[in-house]
Write a protein that binds this ligand. Structure first.
Ligand code: CTP
Length: 222
């Protein structure tokens, strides 16, 4: 690429970020500890690398980044609707949201009845065209590489960024992250695995996006 040209210039990037909230009644909800920092860093870095960025954001305490089309959502189903309606116009999709796997459907006495939410990343993997690039995240507490390999393959991702919740400097509230990055390898059970050292979420976001852009330029897709 010519010097000075931005690696994501002319590309549409869709990022999911933050937690989802699943209402239990008019005043209570189920949610998680996601702060949205990683997803917002991805959206800002993608913008700075030249992309047109859409950010599907669950409820977070962060300011909307300038120059990014922010679509606020509450539930997993809201986020699913945003992604499914925009996906075909997207070149690179990065799913950093901590989507609630379940939502309440009813209560009997003190028992709460739950049902499964749609898996947005799995949907995108199923509907992805060969010219589209898909990156998922995974938070693991054990067997990180084995579980992340299953997610990379099972959800048809071009990249999976995994972090261990038990590693110091990784996880939701931190400004840093320590990740293992998986991309498809020679065979499905042997993905290419890179272990990146601890870095700030902005630097990590940029490195992920530059790697995705390089993979597209090399025609490396699954
Ligand atoms: N994800 C999603 N929709 C869901 C659940 C997860 O899009 N309903 C995405 C997340 O944004 C993330 C990836 O899937 O990119 C992995 O999320 P994670 O919660 O680690 O995976 P699960 O599929 O829930 O697997 P498990 O709970 O078995 O680890």
């Amino acid at each position: 690429r010519p010097d000075g040209e931005l690696p994501l210039k002319g590309l549409a990037v869709l990022v999911t970020a933050g937690p989802t909230q699943e209402p239990l009644d008019p005043v209570r909800f189920l949610t998680n500890h996601s702060t949205g920092k990683m997803g917002y860093a991805l959206a800002e870095q993608a913008r700075d690398l030249g992309a047109q960025v859409t950010l599907a954001s669950g409820p977070v305490a962060l300011d909307a980044p300038y120059g990014v089309d922010v679509v606020d959502v509450t539930t997993a189903r809201d986020m699913f609707d945003v992604v499914t309606s925009r996906f075909s116009d997207t070149d690179i999709t990065v799913m950093a949201a901590a989507v609630g796997d379940f939502r309440p459907v009813g209560r009997s006495g003190i028992e709460l009845e739950l049902t499964s939410n749609p898996d947005i990343l799995a949907w995108a993997g199923e509907h992805k065209r060969p010219d589209q690039t898909l990156c998922g995240f995974a938070m693991e507490t054990r067997d990180l590489e084995a579980n992340a390999t299953k997610k990379l393959n099972g959800k048809h991702c071009d990249m999976l960024v995994a972090n261990n919740l038990r590693t110091p400097g990784a996880g939701f509230a931190a400004d840093t992250n320590v990740v293992t990055v998986l991309t498809p390898g020679e065979t499905a059970d042997r993905p290419s695995i890179e272990r990146w050292s601890k870095m700030g979420k902005d630097a990590l976001a940029k490195r992920i996006l530059v790697k995705l852009a390089a993979m597209r330029a090399d025609g490396e897709r699954r």
